[in-house]
Design a protein around this ligand. Structure first.
Ligand code: DX5
Ligand code: ZN
Length: 218
């Protein structure tokens, strides 16, 4: 059985008190930190750039999950790798050369993930499934924290879990968007094993929110 991992999305953390928020999340026993890179083009919003990952790397040993919501991800890849990201998730919709990017990430000895927008079918990435380390299913439209979970994405998670079992693939299945103590259970049942949560964790008391998610997975 694959380990269930909780990855707080620091997009919803307090920017001017970020280190304290991260310290609390790490102390509560999270498995990874999820960092959203947005360019205002692939998604309407701006968030962090690769330099930010480097800063976070200096304050924690926890694995870093970089979620690239940018056009031309190839322009950012070297910097994201050098910054110390451990898992690099690239949207299949953001590049014409997803396979090449996955090869580049692997050549740098990092874990490579492919991301599906809600409107993108699992079949789109069928040729990648034997190669990737992670598939990230967006369970909201990317770009903003605090949106409602899209129930129809559960079927996509099930499809990925089925394909994985059928072909003995090695990828983890990650979900991002609208994750709370209810939806985390639905996603886990469908076969997901990495759970990103932003507003659910950081809009309230961090440690107890993480505990509720951990509890929901038991
Ligand atoms: C949205 C980002 C998410 C976001 C999730 O585009 O990819 O990581 O922070 O936020 P919540 O958990 O609040 O839906
Ligand atoms: Zn994200």
């Amino acid at each position: 059985m694959v380990k269930q991992m909780i990855a707080p999305s620091i997009l919803s953390a307090q920017r001017l008190n970020l280190q304290a928020d991260i310290d609390q999340a790490v102390a509560a026993g999270v498995d990874m930190l999820h960092i959203d890179l947005m360019d205002g083009v692939f998604v309407p919003t701006l968030s962090f750039g690769p330099a930010f990952i480097k800063d976070i790397r200096t304050i924690t040993q926890v694995p870093l999950d970089a979620h690239l919501m940018v056009c031309n991800p190839e322009h950012y890849l070297d910097e994201v790798i050098a910054a110390g990201a451990d898992l690099i998730n690239v949207h299949v919709e953001s590049t014409q050369h997803i396979f090449r990017l996955i090869q580049l990430i692997h050549a740098a000895h990092k874990k490579a993930g492919v991301v599906l927008n809600p409107g993108t079918a699992v079949t789109t990435i069928a040729p990648l499934l034997a190669t990737v380390d992670n598939v990230l299913v967006m369970t909201v439209n990317p770009g903003f924290g605090g949106q409602a979970f899209i129930d129809a994405m559960l079927e996509k998670i099930q499809q990925l879990a089925q394909l994985k079992a059928q072909h003995n693939y090695n990828y983890t299945i990650e979900v991002d968007g609208g994750i709370n103590d209810q939806t985390i259970q639905q996603c886990a049942q469908a076969g997901a094993n990495i759970f990103v949560a932003g507003s659910y964790i950081f809009d309230h008391q961090i440690a107890s929110q993480i505990q509720k998610l951990q509890q929901a997975l038991k």
